[in-house]
Design a binder for this molecule. Structure first.
Ligand code: FE2
Length: 366
C-alpha cells in the first residue's frame, strides 16, 4: 500500500509526495472540477455544474489529511471536498500506460486460446478472454457450438453486434456470384475489414462451422508490430502514412461506402492507435501530384513489412473455432481454399467500447 507522505500547497498548486518516491503536482482548477462533494456530483457520479461556473482564480485555501482522504477547502467559493487517496493516486499520474503486448510469428507457440463453455459460465474466465482481446488484439475460442448464428451469442456475451449492409452476420463460403472476394476460394492477403466505413467496426468475429477443404488456413498479423517496425526501419515512410488520408470504397448494386482515412493513425501521444489496410478496397488515391510518389513508396514499404513471414501467425480453423480480431490493429487473411470439400465460416462485427465496459465491470467486482 502506497501512502501519502507529504503535501504542500501554494496558491493554485498542490504538491504530493508518495511513499514509493513518486511526486505529483495537481492544480486547483483540476481538483475543484473533480470535487466528489454531493454539491458537485449527483449520487450517480455525474457532474452537477458547468466549467463556466467555477471562478477563474480558484485556489487551494486549506488542506488536511485524515481518514484515507485529503480534505481540501477552495477559495474563493469556500467549497470543501474530501478526495479519496486511492483516487488521487490513480488519477494524478495522467493517462494510464497501455497494457498492449505486440507480437510476431512466435505467438504461434503460445496461442491465446480460450474455451467457450468456461467463458460463458465463469466471470474470471470471461475477464481473462476479454483481457487477451484488449492486450493482443487476437484470441482463439475453442468449443463453440457449430449451430448457425452462435457467433451472435458470443458477441452478445460482452457487447453489441454492429449490423452492416452484410447483415447482422454474414456467410464466408464460396459463392457462384460473389459481391466480395471473401466469397471466392481465392487467398486473401492480410487486411483489416471494412476500411470504407466510418466508424470502422472495432472487432470482427469469425466462427468456423465446416472445414472439409484443403488449404484455407487463416493468417493474422499484428498491425501495431508492423507499424513499429516501419517506424524503426523507415521513419520517413511511417510519417507519410500517418500524415495523409486516402479513400477506401466498397460498391455493389445497392451499396456505395466511401471513407477517407490514414493507413496509420497516431494518438495524442504519438503512439499508433489504428491501422487500416485493405488491398481489395483501396480506392484511387486522391493525393496531390507532388505527394503521390512518396505515398506509393511508403504504402509499398508498409505492405512489405505486413507480408513478412516472421510476423505471420497461421492456423487452420476447425469446426467450433471462433477467432476475434481487433479490426483497428490486427490484420487477417487466408491462404487459397483448395479441394472439393466444403468450408463455411460465419462472421460478424462488434464494437470495442462495450467489450471494454464489460471488462471494467468484471474487474470492478473481482
Ligand atoms: Fe476480412
Amino acid at each position: 500500500m502506497v501512502d501519502l507522505t507529504s503535501w504542500d500547497h501554494a496558491g493554485s498548486r498542490l504538491d504530493l509526495a508518495w511513499s514509493d518516491g513518486r511526486n505529483d503536482t495537481l492544480h486547483a482548477i483540476w481538483l475543484r472540477d473533480n470535487s466528489p462533494s454531493p454539491q458537485a456530483r449527483h449520487a450517480n457520479g455525474q457532474k452537477l455544474f458547468d466549467i463556466t461556473e467555477l471562478a477563474e482564480d480558484v485556489a487551494i485555501d486549506a488542506v488536511s489529511n485524515g481518514g484515507g482522504a485529503l480534505h481540501i477547502r477552495f477559495a474563493p467559493d469556500g467549497h470543501e471536498a474530501a478526495f479519496d487517496l486511492g483516487w488521487l493516486r490513480d488519477h494524478a499520474a495522467g493517462h494510464p500506460k497501455s497494457s498492449q503486448r505486440l507480437w510476431d510469428a512466435s505467438l504461434s507457440d503460445a496461442m491465446p486460446v480460450h474455451h467457450h463453455d468456461a467463458v460463458m459460465s465463469d466471470d474470471a474466465a470471461k475477464a481473462a478472454w476479454l483481457r487477451d482481446i484488449r492486450d493482443l488484439g487476437f484470441v482463439l475460442m475453442k468449443g463453440v457450438p457449430t449451430e448457425q448464428g452462435t457467433l451472435i451469442s458470443v458477441a452478445e456475451s460482452f457487447g453489441y453486434v454492429r449490423e452492416t449492409n452484410y447483415g447482422r452476420y454474414f456467410e464466408v463460403r464460396a459463392d457462384p456470384d460473389p459481391i466480395n472476394l471473401a466469397n471466392t476460394p481465392m487467398g486473401l492477403s492480410c487486411h483489416t475489414d471494412n476500411p470504407y466505413r466510418n466508424p470502422v467496426p472495432g472487432l470482427q468475429l469469425l466462427h468456423c462451422l465446416v472445414s472439409e477443404n484443403d488449404g484455407g488456413e487463416s493468417i493474422v498479423v499484428d498491425g501495431f508490430r508492423a507499424a513499429a517496425l516501419l517506424r524503426e526501419e523507415s521513419p520517413d515512410d511511417f510519417a507519410v502514412l500517418t500524415r495523409h488520408k486516402v479513400p477506401f470504397r466498397f460498391a455493389s448494386a445497392d451499396t456505395d461506402l466511401v471513407a477517407r482515412a490514414r493507413m496509420i493513425t497516431l494518438d495524442d501521444r504519438g503512439e499508433v492507435e489504428e491501422v487500416r489496410f485493405n488491398n481489395r478496397s483501396i480506392a484511387a488515391f486522391d493525393l496531390p501530384a507532388d505527394i503521390m510518389p512518396e505515398f506509393y513508396r511508403a504504402y509499398r514499404a508498409f505492405a512489405r513489412v505486413l507480408q513478412r513471414s516472421d510476423l505471420e501467425v497461421g492456423f487452420k480453423a476447425g469446426p467450433g473455432d471462433l477467432f476475434i480480431v481487433d479490426n483497428q490493429r490486427v490484420l487477417h487473411g487466408r491462404k487459397a481454399v483448395g479441394g472439393s470439400g466444403r468450408r463455411h465460416l460465419q462472421g460478424c462485427y462488434a464494437d470495442k467500447d462495450s467489450l471494454m465496459s464489460t471488462l471494467r465491470v468484471l474487474e470492478r467486482t473481482a
